[in-house]
Write a protein that binds this ligand. Structure first.
Ligand SMILES: Nc1nc2c(ncn2[C@@H]2O[C@H](COP(=O)(O)OP(=O)(O)OP(=O)(O)O)[C@@H](O)[C@H]2O)c(=O)[nH]1
Ligand SMILES: [Mg+2]
Length: 377
């Protein structure tokens, strides 16, 4: 039976008891997964985790120790400057063990069935001896608890499978912050031997492009009859996808789903493909009955093989890594600009002058930048 007082090692800071359900009695972790300094004992009477060394993180992760994997991800997700150096050293050391997975992004409107699809696909993959890591990315919302709660029940079987590892979205932060954490979590999971990484987008808005920028194969889950407008399926998002999947093709809904599949295939004809040399097509499945799921996975595997052979996969990953570096540089520069004491001091006055037409925008930029570059704190 689940022990109500025990949270898994990946529970976000401040999480309540909703995280306790999946943990078997006897497994104990620090409150936030980070090793505490004091040698106190928790409510369960088990001594708090001591601080792990870089070697212990590296050995634990690469040997597939789930407990240490969870702690390593918590370290990577930590915002504390003291943890950054340690996490970067761990990442540097495991880097040669990363990259050997299929990274799949899954997007679609709320309720399309992404989590249910992941549960069914994940179970199918585990049966085929794959090891599956499931991550959620939610850069748009500060409240992720709703979806985590939902996923807890929707990925019930998968979350209990020893070949699978489910990690909820890192708690709120800047878009860049969440992206960094998710990308680094993918690397840590790969180093731990997971050969399929499934990333579910939670929330709408920028999350599609964010997830597209960290995966190989991008899947758009749709439902029939919701209307394109309702699904937010603007041409732009369809153009990001390597496959469209009409879900809920079961019961009375099956004919409609098949019709929608045909419709989307016609529309796709006129769109530029998301990946060089790959034709994006629409498929259908039922995440409830499992029908169409093995076929969809065969498509992802064909995609992986083709892009691996042609070099497109490697090219994409290299480009993604470089983009990542420069987006972090940009984020850093933006933050230091707006936190700069001199800039802060003169900003209101300059904004006022620009808004009232007393200073041209370009001159305003010059003054702000001069202040920033000249009086760096
Ligand atoms: N009939 C049918 N229902 C499904 C299928 N897949 C999912 N559902 C149902 O659709 C509802 C939403 O499913 P979720 O998997 O939570 O959808 P989601 O896209 O992850 O939703 P959010 O995480 O909230 O964005 C649930 O009630 C599921 O049981 C399917 O293939 N057939
Ligand atoms: Mg979901």
């Amino acid at each position: 039976m689940a022990n109500k007082n025990t949270k898994p090692e990946w529970a976000p800071q401040g999480a309540g008891r909703e995280f306790a359900g999946r943990v078997m009695s006897g497994v104990a972790g620090g409150h936030d997964g980070m090793p505490g300094n004091q040698d106190r004992t928790g409510r369960t009477g088990v001594p708090r985790r001591r601080r792990l060394s870089v070697d212990e993180y590296v050995d634990g992760v690469t040997s597939g120790d789930r407990n240490i994997l969870g702690q390593a991800i918590t370290l990577v997700e930590s915002n504390a400057p003291a943890h950054l150096e340690l996490s970067q050293e761990v990442l540097r050391r495991v880097l040669s063990h990363t990259g050997r997975s299929i990274r799949v992004g899954i997007t679609g409107v709320p309720g399309a069935g992404k989590s249910t699809f992941i549960e069914t696909l994940g179970m199918h993959l585990c049966e085929q001896d794959h090891r599956v890591a499931v991550l959620a990315v939610d850069p748009s919302s500060k409240v992720t608890r709703g979806s985590i709660l939902g996923d807890k029940t929707r990925m019930e079987q998968l979350s209990r499978n020893q070949r699978a590892f489910i990690r909820p979205s890192p708690s709120s932060g800047t878009l860049g912050g969440v992206t960094r954490k998710s990308r680094e979590t993918i690397l840590v999971c790969e180093a731990a031997g997971f050969d399929v990484i499934l990333v579910e987008t939670v929330g709408v808005g920028q999350s599609e492009t964010t997830v597209r920028s960290m995966v190989d194969f991008f899947l758009l889950v749709m439902i029939a009859g919701a209307g394109d407008e309702l699904q937010g399926i603007k041409k732009g998002i369809m153009e990001l996808a390597d496959a469209l999947l009409v879900n809920k093709a079961d019961g009375d809904n099956k004919p409609r789903a098949k019709a929608a599949q045909l419709e989307y295939n016609r529309a796709l004809h006129y769109l530029a493909p998301a990946t060089d040399g790959w034709q994006t097509r629409a498929y259908s499945c039922s995440s409830l009955t499992g029908e169409g799921i093995p076929e969809l996975w065969a498509v992802a595997e064909a995609f992986h093989k083709q892009t691996l052979d042609s070099g497109v996969l490697e090219k994409r990953r290299r480009a993604q890594t470089l983009d990542w570096v420069y987006s972090m540089v940009e984020e850093h520069l933006r933050a230091s600009f707006f936190q700069h004491a001199g800039v802060e001091r003169i900003r209101a006055e300059i904004e006022h002058q620009v808004m009232w037409g007393r200073l041209p925008p370009t001159a305003a930029v010059q003054r702000l930048i001069a202040e920033f570059e000249g009086n760096r704190d």
